[in-house]
Design a protein around this ligand. Structure first.
Ligand SMILES: [Zn+2]
Length: 388
């Protein structure tokens, strides 16, 4: 204790929500009344419909068509056939540049949230660059980071973004393959989907992955056949009890070797991205599952459990992976099932301050009714009393 930092608080938002609120009006309220010190803006949010939470927001139903909310420079993408696809709203305007100026004037730290490989528009346009599982299903959402054009695009894009504006950090939510838990989210199934199925279908067997794995002496075709057999096994012989993924790996050494190879590849992909840009990269926990961090890496850890427990577990998970306290930032999601009331948020923020966290991230502005801003104000005021 006895430290003098003021706990930073970042709010995660989409650009359209801040723009419709009005950058100056929004930041007057968030900085002066609520006490936030930073904004994290999603740069490449996937297409989605959004019912907006606050009565003042218009239009009430917002449809994000996908694409980039950042103006790219075409000459940076000469090394890749994957070219930037902009959001329709960006055609004649550049609101992110304006926001960056407003934040700089007010001394608000601006971060960009980048999904990266989760890119449904690009996957639809270039199916050959999309991830493909052992059952030959091509992803409609996910690009494969092994594909040379995807890799070159990600490098170019992060470089472009980091040079265009003064950013405090770039948060990477999906720089590598799709996390297993997300892979079957939209699939209807006749058998229960367990972490084993999620893991197996999340493994990419696209041409680029096959080639790279074969170069490293992995027998890709027999491995793909094995994965197909394991996925289909419960149809022939229903399982009494689902084994953990660790058991499947133990019983199938070839699969364990492939998983180890993927971890090394993930690490290499992340390192090569981080080395080429000057802005610190922060890994989102979902993306980081298969990336072994270095002690000086930074990670945003999702506090699934509401309140102080979520904060403590985030610290445990981060330190168990070898990160320093500086490298761990708790991410609190404010919504009824994640953080149901003001006392829960206040005690979470207070615990974060007691544990000496420097920074908290709060998600997501679009989903917050007006009263949540009071909760955040109370929570930050209480937490900062510990570090005046
Ligand atoms: Zn692949």
């Amino acid at each position: 204790m006895g430290m003098t930092h003021q706990m930073e608080a970042h709010i995660i938002s989409d650009l359209w929500d801040l723009e419709d609120w009005g950058f100056d009006t929004a930041l007057d309220e968030l900085q002066n009344n609520v006490g936030i010190t930073g904004l994290t803006v999603r740069i490449d949010p996937p297409p989605a419909m959004q019912f907006r939470a606050r009565a003042a927001d218009a239009p009430r139903l917002f449809h994000n068509a996908g694409g980039l909310w950042f103006r790219t420079q075409a000459d940076r993408y000469t090394q890749t056939r994957l070219k930037p696809i902009h959001a329709p709203e960006m055609r004649s305007r550049n609101p992110f540049a304006r926001l960056a100026d407003v934040c700089a004037d007010r001394n608000i730290a601006l971060r960009a949230w980048v999904y990266g490989c989760c890119n449904p528009l690009a996957a639809a346009k270039h199916p050959g660059m999309a991830a493909r599982n052992a059952l030959d299903h091509t992803s409609a959402r996910w690009l494969c980071p092994s594909h040379p054009d995807v890799a070159a695009y990600l490098h170019a894009f992060l470089h472009d973004l980091s040079e265009a504006h003064t950013l405090d950090a770039i948060i990477l939510a999906s720089p590598i393959w799709e996390p297993p838990a997300a892979a079957l989210q939209h699939v209807r199934a006749a058998v229960p989907i367990t972490p084993v199925e999620e893991f197996l279908v999340s493994l990419c067997f696209c041409e680029s992955c096959r080639q790279r794995a074969a170069d490293d002496d992995i027998e890709v075709q027999s491995l793909a056949t094995l994965v197909q057999a394991l996925v289909c096994e419960p149809f022939r012989r229903p399982r009494k009890k689902t084994p953990p993924v660790a058991d499947i790996l133990r019983d199938n050494p070839a699969l364990a070797r492939f998983e180890e190879w993927r971890r090394k590849r993930s690490r290499a992909i992340f390192r090569s991205l981080a080395e080429r840009i000057r802005v610190p990269l922060v890994l989102h926990e979902d993306a980081a599952l298969h990336i072994d961090p270095s002690p000086d890496d930074r990670m945003l850890l999702d506090c699934a459990e509401p309140g102080p427990l979520g904060i403590e577990n985030a610290l445990k998970r981060g330190t168990a992976r070898g990160l320093s306290l500086d490298g761990i930032e708790p991410l609190l999601e404010l919504c009824p099932d994640r953080c149901p009331d003001a006392p829960t948020l206040v005690s979470a923020a207070t615990r974060a301050a007691e544990l000496n966290f420097k920074s908290l991230s709060l998600s997501n502005l679009a989903l917050w009714p007006d009263r949540y801003f009071d909760w955040i104000r109370q929570a930050l005021r209480n937490a900062r009393r510990l570090h005046p």
